[in-house]
Ligand binder design. Structure first.
Ligand code: ZN
Length: 202
């Protein structure tokens, strides 16, 4: 399985990092070894200092598929939930300035906490709440209605480049409000429709 991640998919988040709005989905991939289960600790990485939370809606692919049309895209979703695309922002800014790949900033160990995943049963993908709290303080609060590329567009786009496999995960981008985490922080992702999961940074 792969972990596909979409960058800059909410206009307000692209703006807060001073990035142009994308004209097609920005995609990067993380290895499975990045995942952190609910309840496991997130280990602060040793190769950077500014660790940002990016709370995201996560889609799990339930069957192999490729070249999906928009109208067929939701038929391959098996589960849906919340996760965090942890990002070393200082490392990413350095890599971006040198026009280098982002893996060191995005695809390190413990960079993909994955919350409780629910069976996909036709939830309205264009109206899903997503929020993030750190030590109880609201940091991010958004809705998939604000996405630049919808979940259907993301799945179709990915499937026309990579043959999707059962078990693939898609982190669909983060709303605005990203910010730093320090050791000892408790981070929660919460959605009115998708539940709640939390982790501690150590
Ligand atoms: Zn992200």
């Amino acid at each position: 399985m792969r972990i596909f991640c979409i960058g800059r998919n909410y206009a307000a988040h692209a703006a807060e990092l001073k990035n142009e709005l994308p004209t097609e989905p920005v995609v990067f991939i993380k290895p499975e070894s990045c995942l952190v289960d609910v309840g496991d600790d997130i280990h602060f990485p040793s190769h950077g200092e500014v660790l940002h939370h990016e709370a995201e809606i996560v889609i799990e692919i339930g069957k192999a598929a490729k070249n999906l049309s928009l109208s067929d895209a939701t038929s391959v979703i098996s589960k849906i939930g919340l996760g965090i695309d942890l990002t070393l922002r200082d490392v990413q800014e350095h890599l971006k300035s040198k026009k280098l790949p982002w893996e060191k900033a995005k695809a390190f160990d413990y960079s993909s906490p994955l919350g409780v995943m629910l069976e996909f049963d036709g939830q309205d993908l264009k109206d899903l709440h997503i929020s993030c709290r750190v030590n109880g303080e609201l940091r991010q609060n958004g809705n998939t209605a604000e996405m630049i590329f919808s979940v259907e567009e993301i799945i179709s786009h990915l499937s026309n480049i990579w043959a999707l496999q059962k078990g693939d995960l898609i982190y669909t981008g983060t709303p605005s409000g990203v910010g730093p985490l320090v050791r000892g922080d408790k981070i929660e992702v919460i959605s009115e429709q998708l539940g709640q999961s939390s982790w501690t940074i150590c």
